[in-house]
Design a protein around this ligand. Sequence first.
Ligand SMILES: [Cu+2]
Length: 418
Amino acid sequence: MIRVHNEIEAACSIHQHGGHNPSHSDGYPNFYILPGRARDYFYPNTVPYLDGVPDFSDAQSTMWYHDHAMDVTAEHVIQGLAGFYLQVDDLEQRLIDANVLPSEEFELPIVIADRTFNSDGTFYFDPLDHNGYLGDVYVVNGKAYPRASLKRGRYRLRLLNGSNARHIELRLSTGQPFLSIGNDSWLLPHAIEQDTVFLAPGSRADVIIDLTDAPLEFFLENILVQEDGRGPKGKLFDRETQIPGETIVKFVVDENSISNHCTVKAGDPLRPHHVIQENEIEVTRVFEFHRRKGAWQINQEFFDEFKANACPRVGSAERWILRNGAGGWWHPIHIHLEGHQIQRIDGQVPPEPWRYKSGNVMLGPNVEAEIFMRFRTFKGPFVFHCHTVEHEDMRMMFVHDPILNGPKSNQPISAYYP
Ligand SMILES: [Cu+2]
């Protein structure tokens, strides 16, 4: 239980992003902590339950928290109301104890964000820009132009894109691949080697990098070009021209050769994935995301905090078709309460780390994604929305409200009836 005191002049609502928590503690946009008051958030740190049986395949590792107050989330996150929420269960602890994964000494949590500074050092923010905030300086864990001194060995980087609207694709300046061990909140079923890691706003990646033979200095870089809130326009790095990416962190490596003994390699098993099967699906729902009336809508409606757009049956699985109808704009769609299994993106099986559990599905321009989700443990209401936070604030947000006598759609939210 965390008692949050609100000492700023605006109402807040804290969302633990990627967690599995009761509705009253999930940061629903108008379940406010009023200025000068406090609210108790109950985080059971549990895995989802189905018919009384816990599903440990859904145990979370890398979560984060941020403000989710209605209409003003973007500015509150820019001003700093965000941070990591990390959790280790027995399975993960056994992997650490057996030296499959690095211990805490070789772990580095990295929140990447972009900011524009005013001449007095405060953050620039324009509350009337609804396209998406882009900064011109990268900050990592709140610090501009960061460097980290690392020992020789294999490190676990917990990477979070904490930007409001900037998409990033990370690479190491050494050209070495990442060994991915987790996507969003969850460890992968097995480790996967990747040259680059794509992170939409709100997305996380859990990766191992090997510094055993690294040069004394190298960089974590972004290679995506993005000039406005629409989304990325292309890649900076090109193997032919060797134009480097934009520096995010400078790593300085200890000359001495100490080494930890983390053993994980591509293909090694981590956390089993409990597949959602086609024959479990009870309902198919379609949601189209688009620009209309100068703002952002889903199925031609603005967010209404009193209306439950989808009421799945608690304990069921559903198929959701998420369609981007706003040509030219990217929308990373984040769904609260449960991870989802991405079946197809434009008819294609997605890249491997996205085939298991994700908290975000990336809808590029005119893209359609098909996802499977279970709804377990808690009744609603919960929200799902674009995680380009300015789009979310300008109403690209819907409510899903799991109920015992579902499935239904378009009901008043269940918080207002017994
Ligand atoms: Cu969007």
